[in-house]
Ligand binder design. Structure first.
Ligand code: PLP
Length: 383
């Protein structure tokens, strides 16, 4: 592992001249297969499902980003989650949080359950409840911090301690913070997973996932699954993500500048019931945020002092913010969890955790923060 900063390391890895012509940008090895010298005699590569040089470089950048020994690329965030779950077998049990990414919830219900893997959802901020949810057959604690869309934080050190006491794995979905603001492996987490689709690629033009770990045996298993199952991204998407990751650090800094400005504007606006951002002193986990993250990220959620219709008028009234799911791109997006990302959760359940009809989630891009604030201000006039 290098002692260089993330800014330097990602540019360095992504711009090392290639040996044949000295091209400063990495070539795209857009090939499915590699010629052999004699039957069974080949160099580092034989077939792209197994491995591809463009993917190898990207995986090195993934590892560097999380300060990990190993990084692996997958065709989507969900494929990355599936690969981590391939470490489990029928009869194993998983503990997870109450408000987790909808796709993860669906995966646990529709995929893991069919394979005989059961799960329990526990409030991750309640140590006693979390310990009580563990069973003798619990093999994994899967969690997110901050959560989506309410941006609640989980005490990572506490979860790691509980897992150590119990003798099970921990895996965190680190998508929302990106490795720039949160490094869970250094806190003892076993696996970090990313929807690369979001901040790591950062340009909303690729769907991809990643897993990072320091464990040798588990890495060997996960890598063999890449080959055995084939949930791997193609060379072109790997190239786009290499290109995107070179600017991860500058993008994250600008996302945070914009998010802070937007959160402060919203917190003081009369039509906003509450603004949720871990960087606000009023956020319930602000102290924990300062302790376990090196920044507060680019996601802001807020509740309008209005109803479903008023919230819709606001969301259809923005000019810079695009109404769309996803996050982490250079462009700002807004969405209404109750109608979009979390519509599958029954209304009563939604409201019990705080996902009301007037809740809005914003992904703050890298535009000039004042322009974003002006856009929100004019859209709020329609509420
Ligand atoms: C988007 C997302 C995923 C799923 O990733 P895909 O790349 O869409 O498969 C998982 N977790 C979180 C937190 C996400 O935002």
């Amino acid at each position: 592992m290098s002692s260089r900063s993330l800014d330097t390391e990602l540019v360095y890895l992504g711009c090392r001249p290639e040996p044949q012509y000295g091209a400063v940008c990495p070539p795209i090895f857009q090939t499915s297969t590699f010629a052999q010298d004699a039957p069974g005699e080949y160099g580092d590569y034989d077939y792209t499902r197994t491995d591809n040089p463009t993917r190898t470089l990207l995986q090195q950048m993934f590892a560097a980003a999380e300060g990990a020994k190993y990084g692996l690329a997958f065709a989507s965030g969900m494929a990355a989650i599936d690969c981590v779950f391939s470490l489990l077998k029928a009869g194993d049990h998983v503990v997870t949080g109450m408000d987790i990414y909808g796709g993860t919830y669906r995966y646990l219900h529709d995929v893991a359950a069919r394979r005989g893997i059961t799960f329990t959802q526990a409030p991750m901020d309640d140590e006693a409840a979390l310990r009580a949810a563990l069973k003798p057959e619990t093999r994994l604690i899967w969690f997110e911090s901050p959560t989506n869309p309410l941006l609640n934080l989980v005490d990572i050190a506490m979860v790691v301690q509980i897992a150590k006491d119990h003798g099970c794995y921990t895996a965190i979905d680190n998508t929302f913070m990106s490795p720039y603001f949160q490094r869970p492996l250094a806190m003892g987490v076993d696996f970090v997973m990313h929807s690369v689709t979001k901040y790591l690629n950062g340009h909303s033009d690729v769907v991809m996932g990643a897993v990072m770990t320091n464990h040798d045996v588990e890495y060997t298993h996960l890598k063999s699954m890449q080959n055995a199952i084939g949930p791997t991204p193609g060379p072109w998407d790997c190239y786009l993500t290499i290109r995107g990751m070179k600017t991860l650090a500058v993008r994250m800094r600008q996302h945070e500048i914009g998010a802070k400005a937007v959160a402060e504007f919203l917190a003081g606006h009369p039509k906003i019931r509450r603004a949720i951002y871990p960087g606000l002193a009023a956020h319930p986990h602000h102290e924990l945020a300062k302790r376990q993250m090196s920044g507060f990220g680019g996601m802001v959620s807020f509740e309008l002092d209005s109803d479903l219709e008023g919230t819709k008028r606001f969301l259809c009234g923005t000019e810079l913010f695009t109404l769309a799911v996803s996050l982490g791109g250079v462009e700002s997006l807004v969405q209404q969890p109750a109608a979009m990302t979390h519509f599958e959760v029954p209304k009563a359940e939604r409201e019990a955790v705080g996902i009301t009809d007037s809740l809005v989630r914003a992904s703050i891009g890298i535009e000039d923060p004042q322009d974003l604030i002006d856009d929100l201000a004019q859209a709020l006039e329609r509420v």
